[in-house]
Design a protein around this ligand. Structure first.
Ligand SMILES: NC(=O)c1ccc[n+]([C@@H]2O[C@H](COP(=O)([O-])OP(=O)(O)OC[C@H]3O[C@@H](n4cnc5c(N)ncnc54)[C@H](O)[C@@H]3O)[C@@H](O)[C@H]2O)c1
Length: 366
């Protein structure tokens, strides 16, 4: 007697698939999909990815999210079971897994990361293995798989503190932490690696992102100030004069979309700042109060010795690629308030899912 095994197709599954299941799903995937292109997003289950993935699906792309899903597997709002989405639960440090997942992929967006200083410092060895050591293998595997475009999410923190008002892409880099240093070193590894011109290499240096996304982060400047104003009606401002560059998450998504299609000659090996709203922390706090229209919000000033000021200039992306921001910091504040009032942010002050460091501690990664 012949045993017949029915295996539930990936698009009817609620959980991310394992790598073993991926190969089988892939053959089905090809039959079903008539996608614009297949994009693999490492770390696509994070804050930026949770806004980016649904957008790329909507644009007619097939998307593979390659992630350990530390913040949950179903972070794509209405698109968790989209037929063109594959959620692969795997580690970028697993070279074999990376190689398999890259088969048939046209573009990679590399977001996977321990993505802020405090969570990096929690376990520097783990941080280095993910943020630095895994990088060359990923790039090499992408080249070998015939990927045509590799987009790297670096950071505007590579510049460190600068006195001049306009920090452009060619400014001296003085990263202040290992998180920022490894971002810079990965940029260099990407550019120093083999180059036969077949794979467009793109480096993006975003400002601090703000606004609501289904995998929410409440450990980023605008988002922190907004949630404190909403929940506690009180904003604590440490110092206040320090400048912070900001970028609405909707513009972050638009920027990735732009870099997926921009002509090779305009982007290959050319780093781009992306961040248009340089404001002081105090100005952001005032903006939060004004945008929420809540006169009861108290502003509390706390002296600090940390007066680090960051600010970037994004003329290059404006002038060479015609990119203008369409979404303001005020829009980001409103989006968080809306999500909060709709009950989309559960236990916002204590839920580890919204705070990278707390979540890593909960997963005993520290
Ligand atoms: N959010 C910002 O303000 C900002 C600003 C500048 C640059 N960036 C960069 O953009 C990228 C995305 O940022 P984010 O805020 O979405 O980060 P995030 O922390 O929300 O997401 C990172 C994702 O990477 C995954 N991940 C971590 N280690 C992994 C591994 N070994 N293998 C597979 N997956 C792994 C996590 O599970 C998580 O889903 C990061 O590289 C970050 O450094 C972010």
């Amino acid at each position: 007697m012949v045993a017949v095994r029915f295996i539930r197709p990936w698009f009817l599954r609620t959980a991310a698939i394992s790598l073993a299941e991926f190969e089988q799903a892939e053959s089905v995937f090809k039959v079903f999909m008539n996608a614009k292109q297949t994009i693999l997003i490492t770390g696509g289950g994070g804050y930026v990815g949770s806004a980016l993935v649904p957008h790329l699906l909507e644009q007619g792309n097939a998307v593979r999210v390659f992630d350990l899903f530390w913040y949950g597997e179903r972070v794509f709002a209405d698109d968790n079971d989209h037929p063109a989405l594959l959620r692969i639960k795997a580690d970028i440090r697993d070279q074999q897994a990376v190689q398999k997942a890259l088969l048939g992929v046209g573009a990679v967006i590399h977001l996977a990361c321990i993505s802020n200083d405090p969570s990096f410092e929690l376990n520097p060895k783990l941080g280095k293995s993910i943020n630095h050591d895994a990088f060359p293998g990923l790039v090499q595997a992408a080249r070998e798989a015939g990927v045509r475009r590799f987009i790297y999410a670096s950071s505007s923190s590579v510049y460190g503190i600068k006195a001049e008002p306009d920090v452009r892409e060619d400014a001296e880099k003085t990263p202040l932490t290992d998180y920022s240093l490894f971002k810079l070193q990965c940029e260099q590894m990407l550019m120093d690696g083999a180059d036969d011109g077949a794979m467009t290499k793109i480096i993006i240096r975003p400002a601090t992102v703000c606004g609501y996304a289904p995998r929410m982060r409440l450990d980023l400047t605008v988002n922190i100030l907004t949630i404190h104003a909403l929940v506690n009606h009180r904003i604590r401002i440490f110092g206040g004069a320090q400048l912070r560059p900001n970028l609405n998450i909707q513009d972050m998504v638009r920027a990735y979309e732009l870099f997926l299609d921009a002509p090779h000659a305009k982007v290959h090996g050319i780093p781009y700042n992306v961040g248009f709203h340089n404001y002081s922390v105090e100005a952001i706090a005032r903006m939060v109060k004004q945008t929420l229209g809540d006169e009861t919000i108290q502003m509390e000033y706390v002296p600090t010795s940390d007066n680090r000021s960051y600010h970037i200039n994004s003329d290059r992306i404006r002038e060479r690629l015609g990119f203008e921001p369409c979404h303001s910091v005020e829009d980001a504040i409103r989006s968080i308030a809306e999500a909060y009032h709709q009950g989309l942010l559960k236990d916002p002050m204590t839920n580890p899912l919204y705070y990278n460091i707390k979540r890593m501690q909960q997963l005993t990664l520290g």
